[in-house]
Design a protein around this ligand. Structure first.
Ligand code: C2E
Ligand code: MG
Ligand code: MG
Length: 692
């Protein structure tokens, strides 16, 4: 009698090694594929579970088969093909169920139960394989070994997949592999100890033994091919998912339009660079960049042109950066840059390159434009040692550059902080100004140029600040617009002007200025209607002044509101015409009742031929469109004479009357002085220029 497990010969040792190799590599890829399956859901998971089961089944089956062929029983051996195939299929099917159970995670012990299932599948495969193994001899089984082999396989596999799925410690993946291989090996050797054969015919014959070895190699090759397929699909999928992860990462860290890093990457970059600068004593410049005329491109040429401009700027900025420099797009028309440096000259060079780039013309379709930009610089550690402070100081400097028409670049200075603080306090004061009755309206007369008759009055807001004295509207209106207080102030101005005008003996027209913010937020037509009803002012006496920027801000909405207002019987004037956009399209888009020619032309009209030509052109335009023109800023009789000669309809200006408090408007001019300009000079910090 021969116990099979004892008769591995030296010649067949390499077959045992081959079996071990197949088992270990198969186990390794099985666990890899299982991890892949774990990360997927639904049908995809089903596919991965199947692949895992094929890898597990074929590696276990090949291991078993090669190991079986390694035994020399000393009697002729044959294999039942159907049972051999069945053993393979059972291994695959059984482990499929096991993997599905362990990944379902529904019972708490799913990983262990599924693992036990895989162990059971290995055992079933082994014993079915043994049934396929026909040896010419008397085969006897030792039951306790059989039971032990199944228990060992089930238990070790349960532990293996406990480690693989739960990963309770760092080396869990390796432990899982060792336990899985042990499950296969322990089952095999214990099961083989259980069987003993007493050969009936001695000597299997050498030819047979060669044939069996060849078969072992073929099986191993086939098995490795199947495992290889698993490895290949794993790698392809790994690569595909790595690529999509990389793509997602790229999307998360970069701006889609320009391809430049986004705010998030900029912030990460700053964090890292500040750490480095801290260590090696270098400096780090944080630079805020805001385009000056981007909105104009967007509004006048459309969003597609705007996008093209941003892309062009993005490309140029990307090309401009050198080692140790970084640029990002951090908002709609906002960019940011950073640079580590030791000498100030390096920073100046970088800033100069940025400025040059931002002022280079951009060609979009058939037009060329220059967006220009305001650039603010703050330096670590001088202007702040934390990221938030540095970025906000760079922004402060950038706003300063924006307010300063002659300067595109501004370096942060600590006084800017004070300025920003002062503006903040002023915004808070302004919120209470209406309640505390600090606002007042002054009225400036509007006169017919040909007859000298009074046509109406423009209401101009004044703020009597308890500490700063009289703050001019050019200072507080932008602050009110920024903080939203303009809605409350605008309503107060409208109500007060209508009420006061309604009380006058003569039915002069009253002109009230409107801010774009009022159009964007309030139900303006309704408000005007209710104020007219409340104050009893005839709608025909109210004229509203808007600037072109109001229309440009949101053309369709503004025009809609303007039409509503017009149906009330209120007239609309376009203010400050000739500056800014002055597009004929604006005049065409709405039937304005008056064009107010900006006062800058009056100051020039006596000296400059160009200014005079523009005045003439606007007057001609008004005539052909049948819109009366009012010239603002008339300060001398000579200017008024020119207007008369050119055929201007109305005029307004210090020469005709300064803005005066309501109680003084019907008194001769010398009795009043609007007091502006002289009493207030530069106490309020500069503001980011915004046109009404
Ligand atoms: P605006 O609507 O163009 O008002 C005319 C401005 O020109 C007034 O300045 C007026 O005092 C000034 N002005 C009038 N005649 C002359 C002149 O002969 N020479 C010179 N150099 N200036 C003259 P003010 O009152 O400082 O108002 C400035 C701007 O503030 C206004 O320009 C208007 O845009 C805005 N504003 C004033 N009140 C309000 C208001 O209640 N609401 C809104 N949204 N804006 C207002
Ligand atoms: Mg006005
Ligand atoms: Mg004006």
């Amino acid at each position: 009698m021969r116990v099979l497990s004892c008769i591995v010969t030296e010649h067949n040792l390499w077959l045992v090694l081959l079996a071990a190799f197949v088992c270990i590599s198969g186990g390794w890829i099985t666990l890899g594929l299982l991890q892949r399956a774990e990360k997927t859901q639904g049908l995809q998971r089903g596919g991965w579970i199947f692949l895992t089961a094929v890898a597990a089944g074929s590696s276990v089956w090949c291991t078993h088969f090669i190991a079986m062929l390694a035994y020399e029983v000393g009697a002729p051996v044959t294999f039942d093909p159907i049972l051999t195939m069945a053993s393979f299929l059972l291994a695959v099917a059984g482990s499929s169920v096991g993997f599905a159970v362990m990944l379902s995670r529904t019972p708490r012990l799913a990983p262990e139960l599924g693992g036990a299932g895989v162990g059971l599948a290995i055992a079933t495969m082994h014993y079915t394989g043994m049934m396929a193994y026909h040896v010419d001899g008397i085969v006897e089984w030792n039951q306790s070994y059989v039971i032990s082999s199944v228990v060992l396989s089930v238990t070790l596999a349960a532990f293996a997949f406990n480690q693989a799925i739960r990963r309770p410690w760092r080396l869990a993946p390796q432990a899982a592999l060792v336990l899985f291989v042990l499950a296969v090996v322990a089952l095999h050797f214990t099961a083989m100890t259980a069987v003993s054969v007493t050969p009936l015919a001695t000597d299997a014959g050498l030819a047979d033994s060669y044939a069996l070895r060849a078969m072992a190699v073929a099986v191993a090759g086939g098995g490795l091919l199947i495992i290889g397929t698993g490895v290949a699909s794993y790698m392809i999928d790994e690569r595909a998912s790595r690529e999509s992860i990389e793509k997602l990462q790229h999307m998360a860290l970069n701006d889609l339009l320009t391809g430049l890093p986004n705010r998030c990457s900029f912030s990460d970059y700053l964090r890292g660079e500040m750490e480095r600068a801290k260590e090696d004593g270098a400096k780090l410049a944080v630079i805020g960049i805001d385009l000056d005329r981007f909105k104009e491109i967007n509004d006048l040429r459309g969003h597609k042109a705007g996008d093209q401009a941003l892309k062009a700027i993005g490309r140029r900025l990307a090309r401009l950066v050198k080692d140790g420099e970084f640029v990002a797009r951090v908002g709609g028309d906002e960019f940011a840059a950073a640079k580590r440096f030791l000498n100030q000259s390096e920073l100046l060079d970088f800033v100069a390159r940025l400025e040059k780039t931002m002022f280079e013309p951009i060609r979009i379709d058939d037009f060329e434009t220059v967006t220009g930009a305001s650039i603010g610089v703050a330096v670590y550690p001088d202007d702040g040692i934390d990221q938030e402070r540095l970025v906000s100081n760079a922004d402060l400097a950038m706003y300063r550059a924006k307010a300063d028409i002659g300067r595109a670049v501004c370096f942060y200075e600590s006084r800017m902080d004070e300025a920003a603080r002062a503006r903040h306090t002023l915004a808070q004061d302004l919120r209470r100004a209406v309640e505390l009755d600090q606002l007042e309206l002054h009225y400036q007369v509007q006169t017919s140029v040909s007859t000298g008759e009074i046509c109406g009055y423009e209401a101009l807001a004044r703020w009597n600040h308890p500490e700063h004295g009289q703050v001019p509207p050019s200072e507080f209106i932008p602050i009110a617009e920024e903080s939203g207080t303009i809605l409350m102030i605008g309503e107060w101005v409208l109500r007060t002007a209508c009420r006061q005008a309604a009380s006058w003996d003569r039915p002069y027209k009253i002109a009230v200025n409107l801010s774009p913010v009022q159009f964007a937020h309030a139900d303006l037509a309704k408000l005007i209607h209710s104020i007219l009803l409340e104050t009893g002012l005839s709608p025909a006496r109210l004229e509203l002044e808007i600037t072109e920027s109001t229309i440009i801000a949101d053309k369709s909405r503004t025009l809609h509101v303007l039409r509503q207002i017009r149906t009330l019987g209120v007239t609309i004037a376009i203010d400050d015409f000739g500056t800014g956009y002055s597009s004929l399209d604006t005049l065409r888009s709405f039937p304005f009742d008056k064009i107010k020619l900006d006062r800058s032309f009056m100051s020039e009209v006596e000296r400059s031929i160009q200014a005079k030509a523009i005045v003439r052109a606007v007057l001609a335009l008004g005539k052909s469109l049948e819109i009366p023109v009012l010239a603002e800023g008339v300060e001398t009789n000579h200017q008024l004479e020119i207007l008369r000669t050119e055929g201007c309809d109305e005029a307004q200006g210090f020469f005709l009357g300064r803005p005066k408090p309501v109680g003084q408007i019907f008194q001769p001019d010398h009795a009043a002085d609007d007091g502006l300009g002289s009493s207030f000079s530069g106490r309020i910090p500069p503001v980011r220029m915004r046109r009404r």
